[in-house]
Design a protein around this ligand. Sequence first.
Ligand code: 5GP
Length: 206
Amino acid sequence: MNRKGILVVVSGFSGAGKGTLMKELLHRYDNYALSVSATTRNPREGEEHGREYFFLTDGEFEKLIEEDQLIEYARYVNHYYGTPKEYVLEQMEAGKDVILEIEIQGALKVKEKFPDTLLLFVTPPSAEELRRRLINRGTETMEVIEARLKRAGEEAESMDGYDYLLVNDKLEDCVEDMHRLIQAQHLKTSFQKDFVNQMKKELKQR
Ligand code: 5GP
């Protein structure tokens, strides 16, 4: 059976440890591709253009919107973030499951456009742990951390829209849970439903 890739959205509070989780998943399995988003925020120390993000000016980002080159985009704490279309579609066509690490508004737009998408929400074990991780990362000012925590509170309201919640307590367990959920989603996709419908039709013809 020709197996096409599916889309997997991973959202979660800023500081939930999504980055580490993705790295480990991609390290262990070779059927995943990670989409690189475009953003207008400044690079953090150690981040590279084309690896963590495509760092763009507002004008460059708005051009992508006008030219319909993004699957989705959203504003997050005063900046644009969006998913370039071309790479994602190419990789799915090649059979890779493509992971989008994006926030909630974008996640819901992706699900609308691609109903087979699996929506995962990653959270640290507690709000206190979230705050601790954000402060320890040391890459943002207290003001930005507070803005991100406020946004996390708002995002918690929409967690219901997700298919599964993953508590990132032990990294090992979380990676394996994620892998299993994605593989299970393949068994639910419309491609599989088409297969079943074809079977039904053929059985009737006998
Ligand atoms: P950060 O600035 O910490 O890298 O990302 C801030 C938020 O933007 C995170 O919740 C991240 O998942 C989200 N994000 C990153 N890329 C995209 C994107 O392409 N689209 C949307 N909607 N959100 C994104």
